[in-house]
Design a protein around this ligand. Sequence first.
Ligand code: GDP
Ligand code: MG
Length: 173
Amino acid sequence: YDVQEKIDYVFKVVVIGDSAVGKTQILSRFAKNEFCFDSKSTIGVEFQTRTVTINAKVIKAQIWDTAGQERAVTSAYYRGALGAMLVYDITKRQSFDHVARWVEELRAHADSSIVIMLVGNKADLVDQRMVPTEDAVEFAEDQGLFFSETSALSGDNVESAFLKLLEEINRVV
Ligand code: GDP
Ligand code: MG
């Protein structure tokens, strides 16, 4: 039988950003250590969970996915969210140019204390890079966001980006 761990906290985290930047894959990598090569836009999956221990607290991360509804994210999606992963694609300049709009969206709809991690995904596609790391670092510093470049494909930095976000949330709860 399952020995149910005692959960100290449930942290709601939302994943946002333009379509096709890799939000669903980052989430699957963190929650299940999977990358799905023939994924179509996920339908119906609202969130995935993973339980981690941070500073002796058992934290259940409940991580919400836009599930292909990027253009129709409602305020209900942001309700109660303590953290946000704001994802762009390092090979798509437009997805980075839109990051400012996503930050505005968060400022308008999410709690003002929400912890935001800016994530430049697809870092494995180095020869197609269109967004210099420095541009993102500068934007993140300006806006008070944490920042990481990840690859959901290789798994690089996915775990550390989520853990950093959860640690920061844990520091402020
Ligand atoms: P979403 O619309 O933001 O949820 O994006 P998806 O997670 O569905 O990914 C969009 C496409 O990018 C899919 O074809 C993925 O296989 C691909 N993809 C996602 N993450 C990565 C990554 O880190 N590296 C590479 N090379 N491709 C990725
Ligand atoms: Mg998706």
